[in-house]
Write a protein that binds this ligand. Structure first.
Ligand code: C2E
Ligand code: MG
Ligand code: MG
Length: 606
């Protein structure tokens, strides 16, 4: 190409650029209108309003769909008001911009293929992005024109928002229950199916809990459907609140709910969830006619690793278990699996009975005297819990406290213990005219020291109601209890100390980091575990441990208490080692309040 022809070409280009610039300016100022280009194929590239076909223009202008014309380079030449509305902008602002600015990132490629196409592509779905950053789904239609050899694309934008919303609402209602908003049977089946597939890969156990509200028909009949509905809504929200966010709570029938839990550790964990669900629903439900009480029958079916289970069989098993529960009366939990059932059923039975123990007045406290080893005089007692069940007889704490701890029942039981012990302690103190010091020791589980257990409130109330002076109350906590959540426990223990009660570390020496806890926790007493006391004399190691615990207590300026003293030799050893206090069968096991009262009277008289 010669130099002259290149100059000419540059000139032509420059002229076209100036032309384009002028055009853009004119469009921006609303002096010309580029849309009507298709109406008359005249000489001009752009048509002024005068030369446009007014009918056609009005038609496009008034369209409810958005419309625009776009140059071959992707610049918007014209936009109608509907398009401006769709993207929350104005026609003037849109014109002159690249059309790709109007759509979301994800739709850019699709849009440019439309604009570049020589032949009309038809319509595609795209997403507009408004100036406020909102996304608007649209159907994008295109057709193309050639004006003076310029390729121009005409685009229409149909707003799909309401269609999408209707679709979503339809999809939701197809999978959810209208009254409670919970997943329905369809979605539940889907979730079970997926859970079964996941479980095939990983460990853990999958449980289905079929819950049926006891006597729901009676509630409906007695109080009307409106009350019935609000009961169901409350049940739905309580069930949802009682499980983990990743669990599914579904309503599959009138008063039937199904809970799906994945990755449970064992069958006991499933029972525990069932118990929790039962307790959550059992609390009185407030309705417009006042409080309504409802309980549930729960059937539990589980699928363990390697077991072949299907959605249908699981649901059927859980349903069957629920019916079994129903037959046994209201508020019963039943497990389906035959093998696991025998193992877990007795524990579940224990839990169920234990749940009723406080209400049924089956809990008792026995009291074991604590003596000053020097004078061999009673200076206090330790309250020890017993469960007197009509069928089981007298149950020792080791047989039920671990379960009460796991299920959280210990919070309720422990509150009863504190109240009862304070009441009894205050009564004995009042009966003793001499005003000699007398302490009441109460055992406390780690679970009671979590903030949610509100143990501080419990102790404060028990002291206030009984009138027992705080310094007479000793709370015994084990090292392991303090270790569970040391930060939370430390906070609660400090608050308890501020009330004026005393803190003992129970079973000292059996935990792991005794010294550390001694330094951090405000402790008043160390209780030497009875296993070390038992080894006194004969076992050199145990003797050394007992000696060092007593020395440690002395170094910290606190007292030591020896547990499980059974022989005179042990007593003699402990005395010579400088142990302050002790308790054990040498003097007395735990006794009923009446028996211990007699013992105290005799001691006072003697
Ligand atoms: P602990 O606090 O270390 O209680 C001392 C245990 O040793 C009691 O067992 C008591 O009967 C037993 N004992 C006392 N003197 C002797 C003795 O000379 N020889 C022998 N071999 N044993 C003796 P118990 O009553 O069965 O309590 C066991 C544990 O259960 C308690 O250990 C305590 O950790 C827990 N516990 C008892 N009552 C409660 C309670 O109300 N709440 C909580 N959270 N735990 C409690
Ligand atoms: Mg104790
Ligand atoms: Mg102990």
């Amino acid at each position: 190409m010669s130099a002259t022809s290149r100059v000419l070409e540059v000139e032509a280009l420059r002229a076209r650029l100036a032309d384009a610039e002028e055009t853009l300016r004119a469009i921006r100022h609303g002096e010309v209108d580029a849309l009507v280009v298709g109406a008359v194929l005249g000489q001009e590239r752009l048509f002024t309003l005068d030369s446009a076909d007014r009918t056609y223009r009005n038609f496009v202008e008034g369209m409810s769909d958005g419309a625009a014309t776009v140059s071959a380079t992707g610049v918007v030449l014209y936009a109608n008001q509907s398009l401006a509305d769709l993207v929350a902008s104005t026609c003037q602002r849109i014109v002159g911009q690249p059309v790709s600015n109007l759509v979301a990132e994800s739709s850019r490629a699709r849009l440019s293929s439309l604009v570049a196409a020589e032949v009309p592509v038809g319509s595609v779905e795209a997403v507009l992005k408004t100036t406020e950053g909102h996304l608007v789904p649209v159907l994008l239609g295109s057709s193309s024109l050639t004006v003076e050899s310029d390729h121009i694309t005409c685009l229409t934008f149909t707003d799909l928002t309401s269609e999408r919303e209707a679709e979503a609402a339809l999809a939701h209602s197809a999978q959810h229950d209208a009254l409670t908003g919970l997943p329905n049977r369809t979605l539940l089946s889907d979730r079970i199916q997926h859970a079964l597939e996941r479980r095939a890969k990983g460990p853990g156990l999958l449980a289905l809990l079929f819950c049926d509200v006891d006597g729901f028909k009676n509630i409906n009949d007695a109080h009307g459907h409106q009350v019935g509905d609000s009961v169901l809504q409350t049940v739905a929200s309580r069930l949802t609140a009682a499980v983990r966010p990743e669990d599914t709570v579904a309503r599959i029938g009138g008063d039937e709910f199904v809970v799906l839990c994945e990755e449970l550790a064992d069958i006991d964990a499933a029972s525990m969830v069932a118990t929790r669900l039962g307790s959550a629903v059992a609390m009185p439900i407030s309705t417009r006619i006042g409080m309504v009480e409802a309980t549930m029958s729960v059937g539990v079916a589980v699928a363990t690793h390697g077991e072949r289970a299907s959605t249908d069989t699981l649901l059927r098993d859980a349903d069957e278990a629920m019916y079994k529960a129903k037959r046994q009366g209201p508020n019963v939990i039943e497990l389906f699996d035959e093998d696991l059932r025998t193992v877990a059923a007795s524990r579940l039975q224990l839990m169920t009975e234990l749940r009723g123990a406080t209400g049924n007045r089956e809990l008792r406290l026995v009291y074991q005297p604590v003596l000053d080893l020097g004078a061999e005089r009673i200076v206090g007692v330790e309250a020890l819990l017993r469960w007197k069940n009509p069928t089981r007889g007298l149950v020792q704490p080791d047989a039920f406290i671990p379960f009460a701890e796991r299920s959280g029942l210990i919070v309720q039981i422990g509150a009863w213990v504190v109240h009862e012990a304070c009441r009894q302690g205050a009564a004995w103190l009042a009966a003793d005219g001499d005003g000699r010091p007398f302490t009441m020791s109460v055992n406390v589980s780690g679970r009671q020291l979590t903030p949610a257990a509100r143990f501080l409130d419990t102790v404060r109330a028990a002291l206030a109601e009984s009138g027992l002076m705080p310094s007479a109350l000793i709370l015994e906590v084990t090292e392991s209890a303090l270790m569970e959540d040391a930060e939370a426990a430390l906070r609660v223990v400090n608050e308890l100390k501020a009330l004026g009660v005393r803190i003992a570390i129970d079973d000292f020496g059996t935990g792991y980091s005794s010294l550390l806890y001694l330094k951090r926790f405000p402790v008043d007493l160390l209780k030497i575990d009875r296993s070390f006391v038992a080894g006194l004399g004969g076992n050199r190691e145990d003797s050394a441990i007992v000696r060092s615990v007593i020395d440690l207590a002395q170094a910290f300026g606190i007292s030591s208490v020896a547990e499980g003293i059974e022989t005179a030799e042990q007593l003699a050893d402990l005395r010579s080692l400088g142990c302050h206090y002790g308790q054990g069968f040498l003097w007395s096991p735990g006794r009923s309040a009446a028996e211990l009262g007699d013992l105290l009277d005799a001691a006072q008289a003697g």
